[in-house]
Design a protein around this ligand. Structure first.
Ligand SMILES: Cc1ncc(COP(=O)(O)O)c(C=O)c1O
Ligand SMILES: [Zn+2]
Length: 412
């Protein structure tokens, strides 16, 4: 079981004869990993669930890596799936679960992808991993490359604050600041550089890496003891999460390990909602939009070019939906998540909670539905999103009288 059979085009069926060609030579679409999982039975499932690993690699056979000795792991996966009594009550959802991916090794969901991506890179003998990013992907690629013993190159547009790439620098990445815009200039140079230097591509144009987020489906099966959520809500940018969760859940269905599938929800910022708009218009392909600035900066993507169409497909096939949230709604969700559940997420990571709240108010989700919100990035990734006045932080004299006044003021 668990043999990588081919890289195949999901649009036209073309198959690559090489493990390192990621795009269809006929239509240009990103290829998909074809795995031969064999005929798994209920006893295989019991055996998998009893394995000691508390990482995505408990499900080794389901990822496109041939040898366990290639695995590059920092302990990713099996993040807590928790119920918060106070948050559930606040939102009015009795069966709300929070999949807390802020606790992944580099603080975001990207580690699910890059653990798989960099393991395969090692297997294919690459020496340098590359990515363009202004945030979470950069740190994650840099960390996994460090663990794998590969070099990493991270390209960012000029104007990107150094705070965003500090984490990648700490892991030893070479950071290249490029003049021009992200979507055009940096992206073009990145594409040329991959060809010129033979670097390993760590974007969603890499089919191996895209398999990593299937782990959500496997972990939820385990953590909910076989129960399938009515809804899984995912903060969405490139669409890899939706695409991969759908693929993972369908694999579980194929073996009869679950009896039905969850409905998937794409949660986006209304400043960058190409999937929501395309879903509403009933399109098969994503119509790119010009992304505006949003507090949810990690998901500020206007053109989910690689797997966006697959995400749309997953939304429809699952009878799911797509919802756009304003910055106000996102900040409010970030705040209630922290103050009622004790989880500090970056704004983009809390968009799923904003979507759950909105869909409940709209009557799309019912109050006793089993709802999972993926919480995808740590709050410390973007501390500037938390408003605090100088007045609040001004030092007070060390007297009880001053302390009393300060507490009184903040209670007002
Ligand atoms: C915090 C956070 N949440 C969600 C996403 C969504 O990614 P995708 O739609 O590719 O699963 C990203 C990455 O872009 C992210 O950084
Ligand atoms: Zn094709």
């Amino acid at each position: 079981m668990g043999v990588v059979k081919a890289l195949r085009c999901a649009k036209c069926g073309w198959e690559s004869s090489s493990w390192t060609i990621f795009r269809c030579a006929s239509c240009g679409a990103v290829l998909e990993v074809l795995l031969d999982l064999g005929n798994l039975t209920d006893s295989d499932l019991s055996e998998i669930r009893q394995r000691k690993e508390r990482t995505i690699w408990r499900w080794f056979e389901f990822f496109p890596v041939e040898s366990r000795s290639s695995i590059v792991s920092l302990g990713e996966g099996y993040t807590p799936l928790i119920q918060s009594f106070r948050l559930s009550e606040k939102l009015g959802l009795s069966r709300l679960y929070l999949k807390n991916d802020t606790l992944l090794p580099t603080g975001s969901l990207k580690d699910r992808s890059n653990s798989v991506g960099l393991s395969r890179a090692k297997e294919l003998s690459f020496s340098t991993a590359a990515v363009i990013s202004t945030g979470n992907a950069a740190a994650s690629v840099a960390a996994y490359a460090a663990a794998a013993g590969l070099k990493s190159v991270v390209m960012v547009p000029e104007g990107t604050s150094s705070a965003k790439v500090l984490q990648a620098v700490a892991y030893g990445a070479t950071v290249v600041v490029v003049q021009g815009s992200f979507d055009e200039d940096v992206a073009r140079l990145y594409k040329d550089a991959l060809k010129e230097f033979g670097w390993y591509d760590c974007l969603s144009s890499n089919p191996y890496r895209d398999e990593g987020k299937k782990s959500y489906a496997y972990e939820m099966l385990d953590q909910l003891d076989g129960e399938v959520p009515d809804w899984v809500i995912h903060p969405t940018a490139g669409g890899t999460g939706l695409y991969a969760m759908w693929k993972g859940y369908n694999e579980l269905l194929q073996f009869g390990w679950i009896k039905r599938l969850p409905r998937l929800v794409a949660a986006q910022s209304d400043a960058a909602a190409p999937l929501v708009r395309s879903f509403e218009k009933g399109l098969a392909e994503v119509e790119p939009v010009r992304a505006r600035d949003t507090i949810a900066e990690s998901i500020q993507v206007g053109n989910p070019i690689s797997v966006g169409w697959r995400a749309l497909e997953a939304l429809r096939a699952s009878r799911g939906t797509a919802v756009a949230l304003s910055d106000g709604e996102i900040i409010e969700a970030q705040s209630v998540l922290a103050r009622f559940a004790g989880i500090f997420a970056e704004p983009a990571g809390a968009v799923s909670v904003a979507a759950a709240w909105k869909l409940l108010k709209q009557g799309v989700i019912r109050k006793d539905d089993l709802v999972v919100c993926n919480i995808t990035g740590h709050g410390l990734k973007q501390p500037s999103a938390i408003r605090v006045s100088d007045e609040e932080l001004r030092p007070i004299p060390p007297t009880l009288e001053s302390l009393r006044k300060h507490i009184q003021k903040s209670a007002d």
